[in-house]
Design a protein around this ligand. Sequence first.
Ligand code: PTJ
Length: 243
Amino acid sequence: MISPDHPRYRSLEVRERLAWFAREGVVSPEGLAAHGRGEAFDYLLGEKTTESALLAERTAAAMLLSARHPVISVNGNTAALAAREIRYLQKATRAAVEVNLFHRTPERVAKVTRLLEGHGVEVLEGEVERLIPVSHDRGWSHHDGAAAADVILVPLEDGDRAEALVSMGKSVIAIDLNPLSRTARAATLTIVDEVTRAIPAITRAAGELSPGECERLISRLDNSNFLQAALDEIAGRLSHALD
Ligand code: PTJ
């Protein structure tokens, strides 16, 4: 049991949660390592939503609201951290939610689906096919899932599928704390923020934006600016770290 007085309470609590979901088989063992990498970048970013991440979150909301068929792709880590937040985002954007796992087994798909449904998320179910051209199991898609999306939100994605989705002509919104990752660089828009802060921020923006604001945000989108802003934030914090 972690005391709320501990200076790293939030981080330790999230670790405990992920470790518990790993024991339950929702999060893969590799997911714990991926979380550690995310934590390191979050530490360097000050564990807060930066101004440029907030703009990226508003732009993501604009893209999802303007989409013909928006899809949210959910893996084990994202479900363990943000199942309830996904429900609110789904309501705000009318997006389809698809479970897509790198370490895919029928048991894990069922567990992640049950966790999401337990939080009120409507999850695409039924037949899947290898519709996304990657060599691993992230290639499986429901006919109304990633394969049919024009705009797709991919929290904690792997680089291969992000590149494949972009090459299929889709607008890809990544949530990734590492601004140097292949996913962050391949995506149409990268939100460099922690997933539990990013998803509610997109939901809030989706409730606020007018059609005109959506159009303006989308027309100004330049992903390299968002990545550079995140790197500048890290560099600035490092150069004053011992002041
Ligand atoms: O549940 P599965 O089987 O689909 O597996 C999911 C993982 C995350 C294990 C899989 O997609 C994977 O291996 O991902 P990568 O390639 O390690 O990439 C994950 C990225 O997400 C890394 O760049 C991390 O920095 C970043 N990340 C980790 N935790 C968070 C995060 N970004 C935002 N919020 C986080 N909490």
